[in-house]
Write a protein of this length. Sequence first.
Lengths: 311, 288
Amino acid sequence: MKTWPILAAGVATALAVPAIAQDGYVIQLLNIAILNAIVVLGLNFVTGWAGQINFGQAAFYGLGAYTTAIATKSGLPWITTPFLSAVVVIAASLALGLPTMRLRTYYLAMTTIGFGEIIRLIIVHWEPVTGGTSGLRAIPGISIFGFGPQGQVQHYYLLIATLLLAVAIATRVRDSVLGRAMIATRDSEIAAEQSGVDTTKTKLVAFMIGAVYAGLAGCLYASSIRFISPDSFSGTQAILLMTMLIVGGMGSIAGCVIGAVALTILPEALRFLGQWYLVLYGLGVIAVIVLAPGGLASLASQLQLRRAGAR
Amino acid sequence: MGQLVVNGLALGSIYALVALGLLLIFNTVQIVNFAQGQLLMLGAFIGISCAVTHELPVIASWAITMVAMALVGIVFMVLVYFPLRGRPAFLVILTTIAMGIVLENLALIIWGPLPVSLPSPIHGPPLRFAGIVISMHQLFIFATLAVILLLQFFFLTRTRFGILMQATAQDLHTARLVGIPVNRTVAVAFAFGAVLSGIAGLLVAPIFLAEPTMGGSLGLKGFVVSVIGGFGNLPGAVIGGLFLGLVETFGARYISSNFRDAYAFIVMIAVLIAWPRGLFGEKSSEKV
């Protein structure tokens, strides 16, 4: 397979970035991009492979972040927070997924939007605990028995390592029985059922894995950015995560990373456009869906096919 | 208590109107338009531009808004529906959401972020009886909903074009085979759907203020109402709308006004778990 050299080149570039970009702002932006990439990888299990639309991913991201922030601020050691975050999002994903995984398209879209909105309203109005609209500040950083990354560059390397782990797990799942069951469910639920796949269970498991990805990314978000507010996990963010997946390329692991990084950096790079950026963003999403339904990842593979044909 | 019922029904009538516009499009092409709320917002702002900025008379403002919205509906169809015919539903969901983002931010650029008010088309002292106050605008909302419901029913079942539209809804390909001008029928559905949400916008703006971000939650409420009523079921949507208006008004008064926007989703999720096809049954089921 030819993916190894590309992967190696990608990782090498990623590792070299802090040496080139000394700017703290750029590193911070990249840190957020990597966290978004992990969340989008999680979304890919549900939407990209199992074929179920999910606008609740930002809420799981937020649940992980708030669980971590509240736990560490009340004095619990950091090492407990990934587990706490995972437990909270698994519980939430079961609460949402068990009754709704039989629903289809529009109904599922609406229930997950509703779930996100309810979580957001709870965060905004439960002020003594969540800090309301102003959010939580001065969240304790990552610390494992006294050791933890210092400064943005060290956080960057830690997050890159986490992203690689997330990619590795996603690849393993894709090539496993579970991953094939998810993809079969997406392609045809009836045919999958006939082949002995429990589609409801498969969808629920995909949903839970996706939620855990988002929850753990939220945990790292809270303790590496160290400030959270409800805006970072709103319905707008849920739509943005979905567009990252679509623009990058649904079902493609590389596409998830490309889409997340591109759509996190683009608004900052195009800041001079002001309000027009969002107009162009909307039109751009429509253009990608209409013209390149497989996203940016499919453009790359089409190019490869064409080159192979020329040879 | 009685006052809350009146207020709830007025709010619910607006939700019902949004749902009627949504269902006119859905029943014809099986597409749920997640930008319906932004179309409503656009209607409100076009009305404000006519009636407030240019001080046109009420009838002229309403007429201009409705014509403009019909055109918007057709442009919307060309941009969002045509390129995606026969593609998976969630791609269509995303393009309509993206179109909503485009409309919302264009409105922010054109009209600015500040809330604006639109005066009610009719004036007069409110009606009072048994301690309940019904404003003229609330009466106007009820009357508009009733008229539109009757007109829509008459149009869909008694006119040639309405029957063509129903035939297109049942099976687009067969409709084309038997010579129904499908594209024109679909265009009319989108134009009417947009006009209905424009009217809802003109009715909402005098109650709440109009602002570019007002569309999102109203559009979702229209969807919730359609789900409660059984998707595609017009009378169901109206009853669902009135019901949701009451739930929100009473919930805000007796439970918590902070969670006002959550009640719609809680009711919808509860309905979907108990009756996956809505309270009054779905009109058309999914095709295999």
